[in-house]
Design a protein around this ligand. Structure first.
Ligand code: AOF
Ligand code: ZN
Length: 348
């Protein structure tokens, strides 16, 4: 299952809004074939792995990160492919919650195949958090926060500079991360201070370039900012308070969306088709989102330097909590990226 999960990551940036899925075929405990969902609308992981195994699948075990689908969608039902392959046993991590595709396990059992569900379920759910959120919550996107901080929890130095706090490995990983999100967001202060372009510039080209979003209550984004200057080519949204017109930005091709408060603004993004949003700062927006309970996942890049009391804190306005009552997040990943450390945690 660990190998199937690793294969599933190969679809990151290419298969959304569909799930990341990986599969392996086992014979006598050894992997004889591998497959993954590589492109949106193309072959499902199970079919890819079974095609690679060919006749050798007969009597073998299929290990897959999601219950095989039992429906004809953009692709034919995987349950048909599994039955035809002669596989004797299927081990899946997660039950498929998709109402149109689910119940594959039942279908397989009816055909005499042994089915086990639940192996590696926690890791598989963390990997497909966006897909699972989208099916459960139709109100707002999956919201992830990504911040690079110093050891003393600062996102910028006393002059407001944040380039380059994290090292090259972490910065390349951020490009990879962006490719899998529908939208990349920043607060108005960060847009002004950093003049970011919020584009994906890594080796992985996303299936669709993420929407660029600025939480900009008063439509203060400069018409000469990197975002506004490229808004005709790359979709760009500013989220403003009701009644703010943003005429100058509209004239540059920026889409102005009104909403009263963060929750309403996120709902407006979801209504516009954004299923996942990666927020990259700054500290005030990060704090406000955490305070409002609107963050599902936090990607924390910890950089080994000290910026001191004058540095910009990573979070502003998070309410006090006692140690006993403090909400505990679930750690889903820890990893070294060059000299920086990535910690991924989810609101439990
Ligand atoms: C995938 N890739 O490897 C598996 C999926 O419209 P379709 O035919 O592509 O079906 C999408 C659904 O199929 C998806 O929501 C999930 O429930 C199921 N399994 N989907 O995109 C895969 N195994
Ligand atoms: Zn399928």
């Amino acid at each position: 299952m660990a190998r199937a999960l690793a294969l599933a990551w190969r679809g990151w940036g290419r298969v959304q809004p569909n799930p990341l899925v990986g599969a392996v075929v086992l014979r006598d405990g050894a992997i004889i074939a591998e497959g993954w969902h590589a492109e949106y609308g193309e072959a499902h992981a199970e079919r890819a792995a079974l095609a690679a195994a060919g006749e050798r699948a007969r009597g073998a075990t299929l290990v897959v990160t999601l219950e095989p689908c039992a429906h004809q969608g953009k692709q034919p039902a995987c349950t048909d492919a599994v039955v035809a392959s002669g596989v004797r046993r299927v081990v899946a991590a997660l039950t498929d919650p998709n109402p149109v595709a689910r119940c594959g396990a039942e279908r397989l059992r009816a055909a005499g195949i042994e089915v086990e569900i639940g192996l590696g379920a926690e890791a598989a759910a963390a990997q497909n958090a966006i897909f699972l959120h989208t099916l459960r919550n139709e109100v707002r996107p999956f919201v992830a926060l990504k911040l690079a901080t110093s050891l003393d929890g600062r996102i910028a130095d006393a002059r407001g500079a944040s380039r380059w706090l994290s090292g090259p490995e972490a910065r390349e990983w951020v490009q990879w991360l962006r490719a899998g999100y529908d939208a990349i967001g920043v607060g108005a202060g960060t847009a002004r201070a950093d003049n970011p372009s919020l584009t994906v510039r890594g080796p992985l080209p996303p299936r669709r370039p993420p929407l660029r979003v600025v939480f900009d209550r008063h439509a203060g984004l400069g018409v000469d900012s990197a975002l506004a200057l490229t808004a005709h080519e790359l979709p760009t949204v500013v989220l403003v308070e009701p009644g703010v017109r943003g005429e100058a930005l509209r004239a540059e091709g920026v889409e102005v969306i009104e909403g009263q408060g963060l929750a309403a603004q996120l709902a407006a993004l979801r209504a516009r088709g954004v299923a996942s949003l990666l927020v990259e700062g700054g500290g005030r927006l990060a704090g406000a989102l955490v305070e409002a309970g609107l963050v599902d996942r936090f990607y924390w890049l910890q950089c080994p330097c000290w910026l001191g009391d004058g540095g910009v804190p990573a979070f502003a306005g998070v309410p006090d909590a006692s140690i006993a009552q403090a909400p505990r997040w679930r750690v889903v990943e820890r990893r070294a990226l060059g000299s920086d450390t990535l910690l991924v945690s989810d609101r439990s």
